[in-house]
Ligand binder design. Sequence first.
Ligand code: F0G
Length: 534
Amino acid sequence: NTPPSVPTRYAERFLEDMLSAWCLDVEYVRARGDTLFHLDADGTEQAVTDFVGGFGSLLLGHHHPAVVDRTRELLAAHTPVHAQFSLRTQAHQVATRLNDILRREFAGVADEPDGGYAAIFANSGAEAVEAALKHAELERVTRLTALREELAARLREAADAVRARTAVLGDRARDLVGPLGPDADPGTVAGALTDAVVAHNAGALYRPPLLLALTGGFHGKLSGSVQITHNPAFRVPFDGLGPRAVFVPADRPYELERAIAHERAYALDAVTADGVVELVERDVPVFAAMFVEPVLGEGGVVPLRQQDALALRRICTAHGIPLVVDEIQTGAGRCGAFFASSLIGLRGDYVTLAKGIGGGIAKSSVLLVRSDRYRPEFELTHSSTYAKDSLSCSVALTVIDLLEADGGRLYRRAAERGEALRAALEAVRADYPDVVADVRGRGLLLGFAFHDQSDAVSAHVRGLSLGGFFGFAVSGYLLREHALRLMPTGSAPHTLRVEPSARITDAEIARLAAGLRDLCEILRNQDALFLVRP
Ligand code: F0G
């Protein structure tokens, strides 16, 4: 396993230089379970325990034997990969299994759609989010078009009635039209009414959509999904590429109500009744969708509190705004159930999945849309060369089989291993309350949060913290000194994400705790020199 001799570095050389600054410039040559292997100077394999776990993709670990064997079988059988626009049984089987699990895990949660959830397949997490954005906008535009046609029809009806002298303008209509003189002929009045209402409604009926997301939320870095990814460093340079998102804090749901009220748009509806044309306000669908994660992963591993999640759910329902529950990192068993949102009784109108359903080998994602919101015509407007292929869908079926085996033994194991891991991390925090701020998360999606080090005694630690590199620097130390692979959450650089497979052992957890204790001792004593490459 000798790595290829390094050619000219055309592929993200700047990033690699940053990795080098943080002592993370390692090339892995083999992976198995919770272990990655790299070669040291004399070509000997060195094992690293991987607590990053593919950023949430590896509940089954690297190269799970059953997934590898199934992939080999599929390749040996020359399973079609590229057969787009053909019948795909495996895709239906995946969607059926997901619907079965949804029905089981959300049994008793209100508003179950009779027709289940329709599935749209994609290739990455962000792509599933892009599909969600597009489908939600298709829903919004469909409602908006129907509203425009309805208002136009009633306005014609009102103008005709005025012209035929069978109706007069009501107070609000007269105010809007303004003075026309006592002897204005009915045709002039009808024309003035039409022009005034059309002019007033133009702004509301043709404004671009808005999106709603949570402060600290992360949904991907493609041009649409990046608009609802809160981290300004990822979003702001590109905010001209897509619709504006309004961010609200997860723990203050009333802010959502206030944001919706603040952005409210209404159109005037000319209603003719009893010989009078009255103008009535009609709400215009402004928000295409709201996006939430059951646990804000990349935003610092912050679980949604059940009462907040249900409040957000209630508000979105009240305003007819589809709620997208993004389970790309929390889903596929990582939090102790297939859907982490089922643990807090949060039913999404849409649900996105990716990462774990690929079993650590395939790259696939799924958007699930409740059947009574689903727009079938979306299937003729949205597609991808690679999505929904028989190979990745067959791998997803194997993943679901493994997760669902023995009545969901893997979910229980994820919960149990998560508790063991959390206990070990909490014990470190108990010994170093001055260094460790919090241990949080759900199941095997945990965050180990250091106190902010921006006012540290050591100028080096202060610099790392102020530069947003603290998490990377301490990850480099743990890799170099303890052969532990951790990474910070991109939007909460003082938090290390801890996301091993469900097979993580007590011994590996103990090694992690020992490495973290060593690091905490350094930070307590501000021996920052340890954090730089010797
Ligand atoms: N949604 C969530 C909740 C995610 O955590 C991620 C990725 C994505 C969408 C985008 O998926 O990378 O396949 O396009 N999370 C990783 C992280 C990057 O750092 O937590 P992608």
